[in-house]
Design a protein around this ligand. Sequence first.
Ligand code: ATP
Length: 345
Amino acid sequence: MGIRLENLVVKFGDFTAINDLTIQIPKGKLISLLGPSGCGKSTTLFTICGIHKPAGGKIYFGEREVTGLEPEKLGIGLVFQNYALYPHMTIRENILFPLKNLKWDKAEAEKRVVEVAKIVKIDGLLDRKPGQLSGGQQQRVAIARALAKKPENLLLDEPLSNLDTKLRVETRQEIRRIQQETGVTAIFVTHDQEEAMSISDQIILMKDGKIQQVSTPTEIYMNPCNKFVASFIGSPAMNFIRLNVKDGSAQVEDCIFNGLPTNKKTVDLGFRAEDMEVSVQGFDTIVETVEVLGRERLLTLNHKGDTFKMLVDKEFMIEEGSTLKIRPKVGKAYVFDTETEEFIT
Ligand code: ATP
């Protein structure tokens, strides 16, 4: 077992930022803590690494309980969004620094610097200063420094936030490669669902200090457990329409929905932009905008004040302002409870 949190509670004064959080992170896996700003991702990470003290609950690294221990007693690697490199030191000295603190043998430490620099592919830059490196290279150095002491656990807090889009994508793949190559157990904090989807073994999606769902990227996309998860995961976000249900059926213009719960008067139907089709058995929408995305076009459609995003093939020609009759593809829609927002079917 890698890292285990049991019933963790973290408070700031009267405010409960984390409420009864229980998580298991298997050894050698990368899990993402994902969620909107303020949901408690960083607080969870800072509590694991001993910067915040929990008001309740326990933290284990393997069999060892580490609740409330100071960061330097934990033997973890930490990477933050701002790299936090020492500007006056060379890259070599930056990576060496934590090993000196740990009183590593000098020759061993120097060997390890070269080894870890090779893993993150910055071995040609060791004699430069941080100011002479690009943002992406600086973040690799930060990762090398965190990995130098061979930690079992690596915690990364929004490590890609300061990079431009292209570098973000490249660097996230690098982080995944490095994590897999070293076998380190990693917790990766991000608010970017695409980032989490692309590199994680598991995603822990949080909201208001509580877990919403713990699943693999594919599972969380295919089987969201509630409306929040459904709308947070996926880009463009899932579309929703409220249906008035009678005897398990609902109708929106020429579109009939069957198999709905017979005990509900309303449900929210969710469907993704790629799961819609033009159909005479549909409902009318006005095409508000047409965006060319390359391989596809993204339409913004309006149906009586509800807006939907629909992905169509680039060959599909349609003008803004025209009418389009659409429906969710059969078998591709999700039904949610309008009150609890839980997934029904
Ligand atoms: P972001 O993506 O914006 O960093 P987050 O999910 O990491 O958000 P946290 O920083 O963990 O969120 O914050 C969780 C909640 O705890 C927020 O409501 C925040 O305002 C509150 N909080 C965080 N740190 C403190 C603090 N030192 N004192 C008081 N409240 C805090």
